[in-house]
Design a protein around this ligand. Structure first.
Ligand SMILES: Nc1ncnc2c1ncn2[C@@H]1O[C@H](COP(=O)(O)OP(=O)(O)OP(=O)(O)O)[C@@H](O)[C@H]1O
Ligand SMILES: [Mg+2]
Length: 367
């Protein structure tokens, strides 16, 4: 699903004029206020793609409705590795990683998660991690890694996590996507993904009947940004979540599991949003996404097409505290300077690029 957005051409004028109207004398002042880089603010204002969250943040700072001004043309990552000067560029900063070859680490979590999915009954899990910790990337990886052809992976990248991966059905649902925020839209999407007949209108009772009668293959529903579903979607109420729970636990012969991603514990999230649904008690395992291990971080750094020298590697490890988004930014900056032969002051610039995310760092360790 598309995770970067651009301003629709017909709204570029409106967006530019909103800058002054909202008291921003320059693009830089908007960037500072939104806590993002100047280049992202510039891209936004000129209709180039920017990360979904930055898009929503910038729109709100300008008093604009992000859904109204966004281009409806989907913006997706290329299926093949991108080429630049003949070299593959492995460093992706901002958008979730959707191509497995760019995904690193999380070995322990992958082992635990696939363990819940490889036997009957399939069991549910939650992924908890701060903003930008890699939740969406992990959901995509679970969905894709077991069926991606070896030639599209890095050498030695493990993919044999499941005994019969081709039997599995995976459905990725981003609850920030407006189409998923009402009952009928969400149920239809699930039925379409399962290649089951979609009635019109499509209500919960019918959905339950069709799925319990026809779901004979192991199926995993990945629910990203579940908090949005609880906070902002009145149609996704307790009876809706209870029905999903009953599908997973009683009606599908152990063939259905949910994996959800959220910044907070699902049970607390349900309580804090006034939901009583027992759906949020069925998560057998919780993966907490924190920094990479040093070895995982070194592997990401070593994927640079131009190797970094040892001193740079140590500096990147230290400054990033092995947080994936920060590793990616620092590696991107170093690679760029090596490619362009502009060696001077690259660390200064790299730290500047990292700044919008410095709140992720443990301040006691950061210099
Ligand atoms: N396993 C990984 N391997 C490599 N890079 C990663 C990995 N996980 C996260 N990243 C880096 O972190 C960035 C953010 O990842 P992602 O969008 O998956 O996080 P998130 O927790 O879903 O963020 P948000 O809370 O904003 O939705 C990616 O663009 C990438 O730079
Ligand atoms: Mg995400």
């Amino acid at each position: 699903m598309a995770r970067s957005l651009r301003v629709a051409p017909e709204y570029i004028k409106t967006v530019k004029s909103a800058l002054l109207r909202n008291g921003y004398p320059s693009q830089q002042s908007l960037a500072i206020e939104a806590g993002i880089s100047l280049s992202t603010a510039k891209s936004f204002l000129s209709g180039k793609p920017v990360d979904y969250l930055n898009f929503v943040e910038l729109s709100s700072k300008l008093g604009l409705d992000w859904q109204e001004i966004s281009s409806k043309e989907p913006e997706t990552q290329p299926r093949q590795p991108q080429r630049h000067n003949g070299e593959a560029s492995p460093f992706i900063t901002g958008s979730p990683i959707t191509q497995p070859r760019y995904f690193f680490g999380r070995e322990k979590e992958l082992k635990r998660l696939f363990n819940l999915l490889k036997r009957h009954p399939l069991q549910n899990a939650a992924i908890i991690g701060k903003k930008r910790s890699g939740k969406t990337s992990l959901l995509h990886y679970l969905k894709n890694i077991t069926t991606t052809p070896a030639e599209q992976l890095r050498p030695n990248q493990k993919s044999d996590w499941l005994p019969q991966p081709e039997n599995y059905q995976w459905i990725f649902i981003d609850l920030q996507d407006a189409r998923m925020q009402n009952r009928e839209g969400l149920l239809k999407y699930i039925l379409e993904s399962l290649k089951m007949q979609v009635p019109n209108p499509c209500d919960l009772d019918y959905f339950m009947d069709v799925v319990s009668d026809n779901l004979h293959k192991p199926t995993v529903i990945l629910l990203d940004e579940i908090g949005v579903g609880l906070q902002r979607c009145p149609e996704l109420d307790d009876s809706f979540w209870e029905s999903l729970r009953s599908l997973a636990t009683n009606s599908t012969g152990g063939n259905l599991a949910f994996i959800l991603a959220t910044p907070e514990s699902p049970i607390e999230l349900a309580q804090n949003t006034g939901h009583s649904s027992p759906f949020f008690n069925i998560f057998a395992y919780t993966a907490y996404l924190e920094a990479f291990t040093e070895q995982e971080a070194r592997e990401l750094i070593a994927s640079s097409p131009i190797p970094f020298d040892d001193e740079d590697v140590e500096w990147i490890l230290k400054q990033s505290q092995c947080l994936p988004i920060l590793l990616q930014i620092l590696c991107r900056e170093r690679l760029f300077t090596l490619e362009e032969g502009e060696d001077e002051n690259w660390r200064e610039e790299a730290l500047r690029q990292m700044k919008p995310f410095s709140h992720l760092l443990d301040s006691k360790i950061a210099e």
